[in-house]
Design a protein around this ligand. Structure first.
Ligand SMILES: C[S@@+](CC[C@H](N)C(=O)[O-])C[C@H]1O[C@@H](n2cnc3c(N)ncnc32)[C@H](O)[C@@H]1O
Length: 385
């Protein structure tokens, strides 16, 4: 099978985990970029990656590359060089997105418009009719990526962003993005060798993603549709085969390991339970209504991963709240490892504990920090070395 030039996008800070995940899935010639990873793979790999990957937002296939594009006319000409009948049929809809940067084009709308004209004109002159644009729910998504005077044309194989896994029917005030939740779980290295507790679990995303990663469940097992299913070369038999092979790799959570969520708000608990059910994981994840500040560590070795509220909208006294997190960890959770995703450096100071790791990540445009605390039984100086 032909190997294609592919790329996957993700959140800033997750490039390494994405590259690792792609390598594990069998991608070739992997190169990390900024918020993306370039790699190579065949048609089957496009299906496999979309179905399985936890830490990518979208996966693109390059269909054209031009070295010198400096004017609208040159852009039109280059886009016209592509035989679009290979990628879109006249009764399908499409949309064009533009990414990257070029000093020759300061208006991405213009780039999208010129590209659209080139595609539509080609269809009109060959067939007398043209495919329509649909910005909301297009059959085919095209990306025109500018890099100085270079232009790449890519097809989006994912369709809707891959964070839309299909299990989250109910959202609370500030759910974490599924791709970010999966990324932080991978950074923590949690592999179901200890219990996992998200003591402020909201809609349950971290727990669901972590359980799926530990059990090797394809990230998009519950998703209804991928962009590549609308492609001219869609091979349903191959896709079904890839799904079957992926499903055979699912493994059990080791006996005795528990995955637990707490939330203070009854509405969040209800939503988390519903989402866990949607993901088919109710056998493995338990959710309870609890105020974290009134709880104590479970008996067995436990890892905590959570993203507490940090936004003014959530109407909390940030300093006081984060100090309570620190006090609860110190007093009630000795001998555990806690990973917290914090969106506010002031809040971090209020925790008042020494971090053993600090990792900068971006949640969209917001800079966040994933911090690690290792709580010891006694004072640090009493520890054996
Ligand atoms: C930013 S949200 C977590 C989002 C979650 N990761 C998700 O994917 O939906 C923070 C959650 O902390 C909960 N919370 C606030 N104070 C709490 C407390 N003292 N104990 C337990 N949960 C608390 C809120 O109800 C909210 O659901």
């Amino acid at each position: 099978m032909t190997n294609y030039k592919l790329s996957a996008t993700t959140f800033a800070g997750l490039e390494q985990v994405l590259a690792d995940e792609l390598l594990e899935l069998g991608a070739k010639n992997i190169k990390k970029g900024i918020r993306n990873v370039q790699f190579e793979g065949d048609l089957g790999f496009i299906y496999k990656a979309n179905y399985n990957i936890h830490t990518a937002l979208r996966i693109f296939k390059q269909i054209y590359f031009a070295k010198f594009v400096k004017t609208g006319g040159q852009l039109y000409h280059q886009i016209s060089n592509i035989d679009w009948s290979k990628y879109i049929s006249v009764n399908q809809t499409f949309r064009i997105d533009v990414s990257g940067k070029s000093k020759f084009f300061d208006n991405t709308q213009f780039v999208a418009l010129k590209s659209k004209d080139a595609i539509v004109d080609q269809f009109r002159s060959k067939t007398g009719s043209r495919p329509d644009i649909d910005l909301r729910n297009p059959d085919i998504r095209i990306l025109v990526h500018l890099q100085g005077e270079k232009v790449q044309v890519l097809l989006d194989s994912s369709g809707d962003s891959l964070h839309k896994r299909g299990y989250r029917s109910a959202t609370n005030i500030a759910p974490i993005n599924e791709v970010l939740a999966a990324g932080i779980t991978k950074i923590t290295g949690w592999k179901a060798l200890t219990n996992l507790l998200d003591p402020m679990c909201g809609s349950g995303t971290i727990l669901i993603e972590a359980a799926m990663i530990a059990m090797n469940i394809p990230a998009n097992i519950n998703r209804k549709k991928f962009g590549f299913e609308n492609w001219q070369d869609f091979d349903e038999e191959l896709f079904n085969l890839i799904k079957d092979v992926s499903l055979k790799k699912i493994r059990e959570i080791p006996k005795g390991i528990k995955i637990m969520g707490f939330d203070k708000a009854p509405s969040a608990v209800e939503k988390a339970i519903q989402n866990v059910k949607n993901a088919g994981l109710e056998e493995f994840i338990s959710i309870k209504q609890q105020d974290f500040f009134k709880t104590f560590r479970p008996e067995n070795k436990t890892t905590l991963i959570f993203n507490p509220p940090y936004n003014e909208r959530l109407s909390i006294d940030v300093k006081y709240f984060y100090k309570e997190i620190g006090d609860t960890l110190k007093n009630n959770y000795p001998d555990i490892t806690a990973w917290i995703l914090v969106g506010n450096t002031e809040a971090l100071k209020s925790v008042g504990l020494r971090t053993s790791k600090k990792i900068a990540l971006y949640n969209g445009k917001i800079e966040v920090r994933l911090v690690k605390y290792e709580m010891f039984k006694g004072k640090i100086k009493d520890r054996k070395v």
